[in-house]
Each structure stands twice: as C-alpha cells, then as structure tokens.
Ligand binder design. Structure first.
Ligand SMILES: [Zn+2]
Length: 154
C-alpha cells in the first residue's frame, strides 16, 4: 500500500535510519511514528527524474519488513503473482490506485499526494507537507477509510 516503486522498496529495506528528525540533511531515512499506528518515513533518494520523498506505512508492517533477512526482486515478483491471482491487479497499477485513493474527496491535498508519490519538486514544499506528521497520518488513514479499508486492522 505504500505506492513506492520497486527499486525504492528495496532501497529502504536496508537503509539506515537517522534519529534527528525531518529537519536533518543527511541521506539516511528519517521517520516519525504517529499515534494512529502509522509511521511516516522521509526518503531522500533521486535517480534522474524519479524521486522517493516520503512514504506512510503501518508501524507494525515497517518493523516486520525491516526484520526480513533479505528482500529483493524475487520477493517483489512473488508479490506480483499473489496480487494478480488474489485481486487481479498488476502491482504497477497500485501506484495509480494509491494516488487516486489519496486524492478521493480531496482527502489529501495535491501537494501531499505528490510528495507521497515522489513527484514533488521543491524541497521546502516537502518540509511543508511533512511538518505535521500526525495530521498527515490521520488524513492518510481517512483516505483508505473512504474505501472501507481500516488500516489498523489489515
Ligand atoms: Zn539525519
């Protein structure tokens, strides 16, 4: 549900986490755990015009994910097969769906959604979006709730 690109998921699996918060300029991951069980992870990773800026994930999933010994393209392709079989959607379509879920009823603003899909250009804009993690995490939860998905129980 993170909406990240494949390479980005692999990247954040092993990348070290810095505890200095979003204001920090180092190239490690920076994360904030929110009260509703979500964690917002600021990622600073650019390859050409593809960017990963931030993602939101359930804290418990994040912790399980980081405990995996290995996570690579084999695991992703296994996920593709399961999704195709069980829900009939191609993994690549999930990025589009993810964006539309966030934008439905304007639950998240364009800026917020753009940051979460890695398309936002200005660095200050990114800080603006991430300055209130609790509020963003609540909006994100509401966005999925609009579709009957309660992210605390998945
Ligand atoms: Zn740092």
């Amino acid at each position: 549900m993170s909406g990240l690109r494949e390479q980005e998921i692999i990247y954040i699996h092993k990348k070290e986490i810095c505890n200095n918060g979003y204001g920090c300029d180092c190239d490690s991951l920076h994360k904030v755990d929110c009260k509703n069980g979500l964690t917002i992870i600021a990622i600073r990773w650019t390859r050409g015009n593809k960017k990963a800026l931030a993602t939101i994930i359930l804290i418990k999933y994040w912790e399980k994910f980081r405990l995996l010994q290995k996570f690579d393209y084999t695991d992703i392709s296994a996920t593709h097969k399961i999704m195709k079989r069980d829900v009939g959607i191609a993994y690549i379509a999930m990025r589009k769906i993810h964006y539309n879920v966030m934008r439905f009823k304007e639950t998240l603003s364009v800026d917020e959604a753009e940051v979460l899909v890695g398309r936002f250009n200005s660095v200050s804009g990114k800080h603006y979006v991430l300055h209130d993690p609790e509020k963003l995490a609540e909006k994100y939860k509401t966005a999925w709730n609009n579709f009957g998905i309660n992210i605390n129980h998945n």
